[in-house]
Design a protein around this ligand. Sequence first.
Ligand SMILES: Nc1nc2c(ncn2[C@@H]2O[C@H](COP(=O)(O)OP(=O)(O)OP(=O)(O)O)[C@@H](O)[C@H]2O)c(=O)[nH]1
Ligand SMILES: [Mg+2]
Length: 242
Amino acid sequence: MPDVMIVVPTYDEIEGLERTVGRLRQSVPHAELLIVDDGSPDGTGELADRLARADAGTLVIHRAERGYRSAVIEGMRFAMARGATRVVVTDADGSYDADSLPALLEASASGVDLVIGSRFVEGSDVRNMPPRRTVSARLGNAYARAMLGTQVHDLTSSLRVYRTRILEQIDLDAIRVDAYAFQIAMAVRIAQAGGTIAEVPIGFVERAVGASKMKVAQELDTLAAVTRWGLRGVRAVPRAPR
Ligand SMILES: Nc1nc2c(ncn2[C@@H]2O[C@H](COP(=O)(O)OP(=O)(O)OP(=O)(O)O)[C@@H](O)[C@H]2O)c(=O)[nH]1
Ligand SMILES: [Mg+2]
């Protein structure tokens, strides 16, 4: 059984999926890769089946329901049931550089429960991010850091490596928020479960193909969730790494 499972949630990613999967498989050949597609109307699911037929290390789940959070959680559960010790989650659009993954896995192998591929730490290489997005991501992260009392600079990155031993201690069904707020909620839950969190610099290029599924509404939802949690005294202070 592979030690590492890469979970790639997809919705209408026909333009970028094959390249992204190819790069991930090349970068971390010992890992299995699971595509979780929610019945994409553009045929992403059929493309995923074709990729899986051609490569024993690529697997697919087709779901009738729709949603980033539930797709990621279903992928995490699949990985845990398969005996993986680490679950990578990343996007299908190729924004997160697959070549960054080995460094994240190294940090994870040293025992860190959540390794975040960070766009906002020394050494990261972010390209083509429109100023509006950079400003909202940086301001949003600064606000979340202040409200939740954490040091993490990129709470909303969707390239992450989770150790399954910490996922097993979290009630994943209790997380009701989605998109960026889901990323923050996972960091909060891991800190509350006594887990460790580290950030590793990555390469990031703003989506070049396909349409965005994340909208301004989700940024506002995230702001509202962080405000709610902060006022309620929720804190995301991870255990210090040994
Ligand atoms: N299975 C599934 N995947 C989804 C859903 N919504 C988004 N995704 C996937 O989640 C990943 C992140 O979505 P993106 O649209 O890239 O979000 P983003 O990176 O914030 O925004 P962009 O600037 O457009 O790249 C992509 O791989 C999407 O295909 C969904 O409802 N179901
Ligand atoms: Mg993206």
